[in-house]
Design a protein around this ligand. Structure first.
Ligand SMILES: [Cu+2]
Length: 463
């Protein structure tokens, strides 16, 4: 039974990686990776103004939210791990409006569906400790859109540095930016960036306590923009890794995988790519086991701290798979087990396509390596930190393994995937769109070329 397979990119933003570099992460198409500036913002200039009332208000609200967050975390941890702890998110927001770089209304956008030339990147307003933009740094390309969603009351998105609006854009409607109009929970504000640059923004009520953000807009990808990068650490190449962009530090991680199909060739440590130095580093943290091929990995936050979660996986020449979950903290370089094995693994199913939406990891389909000598599965699973697994009611219209899968806006798309019959893998053109909030799935136009045994590339409309 031949089980060759991919490496992949699981991320919301992708770094500029070269074809040479990408060749060492099988299954990745160079054109599917968006170029994005990964420059961190510098320290924001602060300007003092008379904000006594707003600060007092902020302290009261901060205290309230800290108490609330503690209570929520406590209650969630007290839940049994198999109990659904979340309800579908509902948005009671005004219609989205997209404004161009000059503040002029552009074409109306359908919620979650990006324009053909760009992607939509979500940012939470009032996330984190309640007074943060999460993530506070977004790296996008020209033509991409940032979608800010308010999760609590009394915030603004105002371009400029703290208390110094520059009126390039602002919530709720790009008008009278200097006024610092505050909006409430459920509000959605979007802005499409038509020009490259570094765009600072802040919350008019809370910038003095650190509620600031930055959008780095790179010039966009063109074929001539590719340049050579360093090879992945293992000189003989690597297969079956899961690629993850970690937005919090702007670095890219290759998780798991192995150097060959020979027994014992599994990698034991994560690899880290730093776009700033254009170099790879082998990290010190080591994997908890050797079932590190074909894992499903993605960035999820637990109690406000982002981690790379990895689910399942196989070991070359060893029958069966693992269902375990672990998480990697790239900042601390620590791997810890997560006491919530994937119920869909059953010791024999490799995760299929995977992607993250709304701080949940979704696994679509999979490869049952045992039943009928190997067959595809159609289940859809959802993992929410810290420990909750839910099998969704919707299923893939046809069983598939190794689906290229990604999130665009609020929808999850698949393009192709492997039909697995009696252990034989065949590329297909099956393509679906899954709505994780409605738990519905539908068929979209088939991918033009049969595709399988690969993971998704991202984050452009060319994926
Ligand atoms: Cu605020």
């Amino acid at each position: 039974m031949k089980v060759s397979r991919f490496g992949g990119f699981s991320n919301k933003d992708s770094a500029c990686l070269s074809p040479k570099l990408l060749r060492n992460i099988p299954g990745t198409e160079p054109q599917s990776v968006s170029c994005a500036s990964l420059n961190k913002s510098g320290t924001l200039a602060r300007r003092r103004k008379n904000k006594i009332m707003k600060r007092l208000n902020a302290v009261v609200r901060l205290t309230f939210w800290l108490v609330m967050m503690f209570a929520i975390v406590f209650l969630v941890r007290a839940e049994s791990s198999d109990k659904r702890i979340s309800t579908p998110r509902t948005k009671s927001a005004p219609p989205i409006r997209i404004f161009d770089q000059n503040g002029q209304p552009g074409q109306p956008a359908v919620n979650g569906v990006p324009s053909p030339t760009g992607v939509s990147v979500p940012v939470t307003v009032g996330g984190g400790n309640g007074f943060q933009f999460v993530p506070d740094t977004v790296n996008i390309s020209v033509g991409d859109t940032v979608e800010w969603t308010w999760v609590n009351n009394g915030h603004s998105v105002t371009s400029g540095t703290c208390d110094a609006a520059d009126s390039q854009f602002c919530s709720p409607d790009d008008m009278n930016c200097a006024a610092g109009i505050l909006s409430n929970q459920g509000t959605i504000y979007t802005h499409t960036f038509a020009q490259a640059g570094i765009y600072h923004y802040f919350c008019d009520a809370h910038c003095t306590i650190g509620m600031n953000g930055v959008v780095n807009v790179s010039g966009g990808c063109t074929p001539s923009g590719w340049s050579a990068g360093p090879d992945l650490n293992p000189p003989n190449g690597a297969v079956r890794l899961a690629g993850v962009y970690f937005q919090a530090n702007g670095k890219f991680y290759a998780m798991g995988g192995r150097s060959s199909d020979a027994a014992g060739s599994e990698f034991t440590n994560p690899f880290e790519y730093d776009p700033g130095t254009n170099s790879w580093t082998t990290k010190s943290a080591s994997y908890p086991d050797t079932h590190t091929n074909n894992m499903a990995c993605g960035v999820l936050s637990d109690a406000g701290t982002p981690y790379i979660y990895c689910v399942g996986g196989s070991q070359v020449t060893v029958t069966g798979t693992f269902d375990r979950v672990f998480r990697y903290d790239p900042v601390m370089d620590v791997i810890t087990p997560v006491a919530a094995p994937w119920p869909g693994g059953l010791g024999m199913v490799l995760p299929g396509g995977f992607t993250v939406f709304n701080n949940k990891l979704y696994i679509l389909g999979g490869f049952d390596t045992i039943t009928n000598a190997g067959q595809g599965t159609n289940q859809i699973w959802e993992f929410t930190p810290p420990t909750t697994w839910v099998q969704k009611a919707a299923v893939l219209p046809v069983p598939l393994g190794y689906l290229p899968t990604t999130t665009i806006g609020s929808l999850i798309y698949t393009g192709g995937g492997s039909d697995i019959t009696a252990g034989a893998l065949t590329d297909t053109t099956n393509s679906f769109v899954y709505n994780p909030m409605a738990d519905t799935i539908g068929t979209i136009a088939p991918i033009p070329r049969a595709t399988g045994e690969t993971r998704h590339g991202r984050l452009t409309s060319m994926a």
